[in-house]
Design a protein around this ligand. Structure first.
Ligand code: CP
Length: 334
């Protein structure tokens, strides 16, 4: 699948060069040509998974995760290791000067001296932007409260195109119906993904958001308008069983980080092997899962959520090399 995606995306100029030394805080920052070349580079890495590189030799990642994480932290760290770099990891802010009242700006100033790139997960939405003000090395938002998780969304879209590389060719198959189970206003993975879909309106014929509508502000201000402005048709439903038979991609998420704890929305909607899924539908889930996604789907061909988590390593390798080294040098070494 990565090789098919590699063939589907034509090499097209030096779009990745503009990522050098950039902070990555939102899906809004990307454009279509940059995304395509990033996916192409990720597919190159994934097509050669055993080939490690030394392109980040001598470079230090500061991995700061002030909220629990399995996939994001470890896949970023795996990506950095595979590129030959070294890592300093902080998994508890109370072990830093923040516990003594040190400002994020001062911490960021120190990070400038100690590392070459920062990956930050923080339940406070504003932290990443506060640190950006003082950082002279790139920072990547690895989840900031309910706001965004842009690299998760990159991994999500990369997975969809690995599954259906034809959608990026001159002879695409039918566009996709995407069923999205969750609350776009509250879930950072969903918020970031919806922004990325806007770059590919011809690929997604409809987006149907399924939830019990208990939340009065289902969409964040401007969110629905942005989707419609880019030509996406967005429907809402509270009936998952009715939506599933027409869905090509089912994206399900049940956790929202609010303040310093998470809210679980997983009670009402549930996918299992008896769900009325289309024969060739795929399921995506950013994980960690709760009761909304049964393990009896793990052994089925609908399970693309493990591929989504695995592909995130290669996607993050691609992004990191572009941020920390110029893209030409990256392309030289693989
Ligand atoms: N997808 C995701 O953000 O997972 P983690 O919380 O385990 O990092």
């Amino acid at each position: 699948h990565p090789k098919k995606l590699l063939r589907a995306i034509i090499e097209d100029g030096d779009h990745l060069a503009k990522l050098a030394s950039q902070h990555i805080y939102s899906s809004d920052q990307f454009d279509r040509p940059t995304l395509l070349q990033l996916f192409r580079l990720a597919a190159k890495y994934e097509a050669n998974p055993d080939r490690f590189s030394s392109s980040l030799n001598g470079q230090i990642l500061i991995s700061a995760f002030y909220e629990p994480s399995t996939r994001t932290r470890l896949s970023f760290e795996s990506a950095w290791h595979r590129l030959g770099g070294d890592i300093m990891s902080i998994t508890d802010r109370s072990t830093t000067g923040i516990a003594k009242g040190e400002s994020l700006m001062d911490v960021a100033e120190m990070f400038n001296n100690y590392g070459d790139c920062v990956v930050l997960r923080d339940s406070q939405e504003s932290s990443v932007r506060e640190m950006m003000e003082a950082l002279r090395i790139p920072i990547i938002n690895a989840g900031n409260g309910t706001d965004e998780h842009p690299t998760q969304a990159l991994a999500d879209l990369y997975t969809i195109f690995k599954w259906r590389p034809d959608l990026l060719t001159d002879t695409p198959g039918a566009p996709l119906n995407l069923c999205l189970v969750g609350f776009p206003a509250k879930m950072r993975t969903v918020r970031s993904l919806l922004k990325l879909l806007c770059y590919f309106p011809e690929v997604f014929s409809t987006v149907t958001v399924v939830n019990d509508k208990s939340c009065s502000d289902m969409f964040a201000p401007g969110q629905l308008e942005q989707l419609e402005q880019f030509g996406l048709t967005v429907n809402t439903s509270d009936d998952l069983e009715q939506v599933l038979p027409d869905a090509d991609v089912v994206y399900i998420n049940a956790i929202s980080w609010e303040g310093d704890s998470f809210k679980q929305y997983g009670k009402k909607y549930h996918l299992d092997a008896s769900s009325p899924l289309k024969e060739d539908a795929i399921i995506l889930h950013p994980l960690a899962r709760g009761e909304e996604l049964s393990t009896d789907l793990d052994g089925t061909h609908h399970n693309w959520y493990f591929s989504q988590a695995r592909g995130a390593v290669f996607l993050r390798m691609a992004l990191l090399t572009c941020l920390v080294k110029r893209a030409e040098r990256v392309l030289d070494v693989i």
